[in-house]
Design a protein around this ligand. Structure first.
Ligand code: ADP
Length: 425
């Protein structure tokens, strides 16, 4: 199997978003958790997105992890590697976008790299090298107050210039509007000036297509899911990839017991749990006992084992904002959150040991804890249950074939749990 597109994402949710975007554009896509083992057996896929947690770590570490990911992707045949960053260019003068880009560029041998976080359909546009978030420039958006990387400058040429060893140029909208050939000519001119990376404007959705058509002939690009979409469309349009329908590619139905776990206390999830109560047995856990007594997870498993069978079931730690505040006041916010996540991971592990092969998890942190505990190295991305929440098929899992759905708290409609299970036969 030869990959056409390799991606390295600097955080997990960004990786999921990109993998979902590539899948919707027709690429068969696997998302891995960290750099996969050398011997990971992949199904037939077009793209792999390696999820790292490298956005806010030391630049040296971000560089070494990204290079290891790149090496893995190239060893699987990836001709093009996209370094996926946040669409609001989250970074500081110390990195990590510039240092990682410089290292990957050196490895790739490319003389110039196209860089753009633009994704017009989500309100991220770049004009004259300035990033806009919705209607306002980056430095007037809420990102100016970000706790880890406050963004005080909307000029990406300057922002990247402070992080990178190379000089940064600009391909503006006026050039882009003339088409791919004009962009290539402009890039050749920038190379002649000794410039190693170029911010490229994008204001309209179709700008991504021109960018993708140019970028795909390079070995490396840097950007958010927007440029990912441009690359995917270029691969399909050029015939290098045959567009697939995500729904058809998840393989044979698994059958067997199904279970849902909810650790999110968001408004949407609370409504979805109430809704599920009409359709399946629901166990509401005692959050205090989850924090203080190890037997609450055991009690949940005993309850589940009595009921596992033809009907799905739901186990929830979720409670109302007032109850959450009370639990946090008693145990501390981080300690309570961590203990409950670990208890949910215990329950997930026990359910899988008991034969569950179809698992729906509500809550971003809760999902992370569950996936870590199950030790699943990657997922093949399938059809969307709700916007941004696809069905996932485990790849390389020691437990064998499994279907999962992992959703952040606020995602999905009122019938999310039954919607998910319907797409997870
Ligand atoms: P979301 O995607 O909605 O943010 P997360 O799973 O990321 O959901 O975060 C929810 C956090 O709340 C987790 O740390 C979880 O362990 C914690 N939690 C779950 N149930 C309760 C509860 N009843 N009281 C306090 N904290 C809880």
């Amino acid at each position: 199997m030869t990959l056409v597109l390799g991606c390295i994402a600097d955080d997990y949710t960004g990786a999921s978003d990109l993998a979902n975007t590539l899948t919707r554009a027709g690429l068969r896509t696997v998302q891995t958790i960290g750099v996969p083992p050398d011997d990971l057996a992949l199904p037939e896929v077009d793209a792999v997105v390696v999820s790292l947690k490298s956005r806010s770590i030391e630049a040296d570490l971000a560089v070494s992890r990204s290079r290891a990911a790149e090496k893995w992707l190239r060893s699987r045949g990836a001709g093009h590697v996209l370094f996926k960053i946040c669409s609001t260019f989250d970074s500081t003068d110390a990195g990590n976008i510039g240092p990682v880009m410089d290292a990957l560029r050196a490895d790739s041998g490319d003389r110039i790299v196209l860089v753009t976080p633009a994704f017009p359909e989500t309100g991220r546009t770049v004009y004259q090298g300035h990033l806009f978030v919705g209607l306002v420039p980056l430095n007037e958006s809420p990102l100016k107050d970000h706790p880890l990387n406050p963004m005080h400058d909307s000029s990406l040429v300057r922002v990247l210039g402070r992080q990178s060893e190379t000089k940064i140029g600009l391909v503006n909208l006026a050039v882009l509007a003339q088409g791919a050939a004009a962009v290539r000519t402009r890039l050749a001119g920038l190379v002649g000036e000794g410039i190693g990376a170029a911010i490229i404007d994008a204001v309209f959705d179709h700008d991504l297509e021109t960018i993708g058509a140019v970028a795909i002939d390079h070995r490396l690009s840097v950007g958010a899911s927007g440029i990912g979409l441009g690359l995917a469309r270029a691969l399909v349009a050029s015939g290098r990839v045959k567009a697939h329908s995500a729904a058809a590619d998840l393989g044979a139905p698994l059958g067997g017991p199904a279970a849902c776990l909810a650790g999110s206390c968001s408004q949407a999830t609370l409504g979805q749990i109430a809704n599920a109560e009409r359709l399946m047995p629901v166990l509401r856990l005692d959050p205090d006992r989850l924090v203080t007594a190890r037997d609450e997870a055991g009690r949940a498993l005993a309850w589940a084992k009595d009921r596992l069978g033809k009907r799905p079931l739901l186990i929830a730690s979720s409670s109302s904002p007032e109850q959450v505040a009370a639990v946090q006041a008693r145990h501390g916010r981080d300690a309570a959150g961590h203990a409950i996540e670990q208890a949910m991971a215990d329950i997930a592990e026990g359910l899988v040991e008991a034969g569950v092969r179809r698992l729906v998890v509500a809550g971003g942190e809760t999902s992370g804890a569950v996936v870590d505990r199950l030790g699943i190295p990657g997922f093949l991305v399938g059809a969307e249950i709700a916007a941004g929440v696809p069905v996932l098929r485990a790849v390389g899992a020691r437990q064998g074939a499994m279907l999962l759905a992992l959703k952040s708290g606020n995602f999905g409609g009122p019938a999310f749990f039954s919607d998910a299970l319907r797409l997870m036969p």
